[in-house]
Design a protein around this ligand. Structure first.
Ligand code: BTN
Length: 244
């Protein structure tokens, strides 16, 4: 993919959105162009598997639209790992290395608590395929209830700001998606992601819809799917949630 020059990136900033993923889709449906959309808060933030993503002021809620003609449905699982690497690199630039862990498919944890979640959706609008990647990063402390469950960049760096984090996210996304080159360089990002996970080689529980499967986290395949060894069998899992 050709790198987008920084001054050509189309960014929409909103004080409030229901969900930046939905806002991006609506903009595309109105036949307007958009690369990134960021909101100070979301009133109806959405997580994976129909979960709510509580989105008060202080967090980063941003979505990027991939509208490249060469992007296909089959790239989605790789994009999931890739987006997680984008978030991880961004976070590492802010709080330093060796603090975060990746959890399949694309969560980032700090001190055993979730720091970042990513929601990837695809849509066809007027016969054109778009991928929307929505990043939720906990930047500043919100309320105490959330602090029990989530971690925040502010725990490590008191100078952090949503704006700084967003700028780095844009740059890393641009850089990494271009190096990736529709999968040609996926392996190096997969390896980076694997270095960050604690689950490699461990027994994990994966929930797929309402079924819980236990097995050994064997690897990530070349599409970004999880390879789970269950008994003597390899299961290839492309959607689900890990419960270690
Ligand atoms: C998850 O871990 O369940 C995914 C959370 C994704 C949250 C982000 S915030 C920006 C974008 N807009 C949404 O409504 N969701 C994503």
């Amino acid at each position: 993919m050709n790198p987008l020059p920084a001054n050509k990136i189309l960014i929409k900033r909103l004080r409030s959105a229901n969900s930046t993923n939905d806002a991006a889709i609506n903009i595309l449906k109105n036949q307007e162009n958009i690369d990134w959309i960021i909101a100070d808060e979301q009133l109806n933030g959405r997580g994976r598997r129909g979960n709510v993503w509580t989105s008060p002021l202080g967090g980063l809620y941003a979505s990027v639209v991939i509208s490249d003609d060469k992007i296909e449905y089959s790239h989605l699982s790789q994009l999931s790992i890739l987006s997680s690497v984008v978030a991880a690199k961004t976070i590492e630039e802010i709080i330093g290395k060796n603090l975060i862990r990746s959890k399949w498919p694309n969560d980032i944890f700090l001190a055993e608590k979730k720091l970042c979640g990513i929601l990837i959706e695809s849509v066809f609008i007027e016969n054109k395929f778009y991928v929307i990647v929505g990043f939720g990063i906990n930047v500043k402390f919100t309320n105490e209830q959330n602090q029990a469950k989530f971690s925040y960049l502010q725990e490590i760096s008191d100078k952090v700001s949503v704006e700084k984090c967003f700028n780095k996210l844009i740059l890393n996304f641009n850089k990494i998606i271009n190096i990736w080159d529709y999968g040609k360089s996926f392996t190096r990002f997969k390896n980076y992601w694997l270095m960050l996970t604690q689950d490699y080689g461990r027994i994990i529980k994966v929930r797929i819809k309402n079924i819980l499967i236990e097995g050994v986290f064997e690897n990530i395949d070349d599409h970004g799917n999880l390879i789970l060894r269950v008994g003597g069998k390899k299961e290839i899992i492309n959607t689900g949630e890990i419960f270690s």
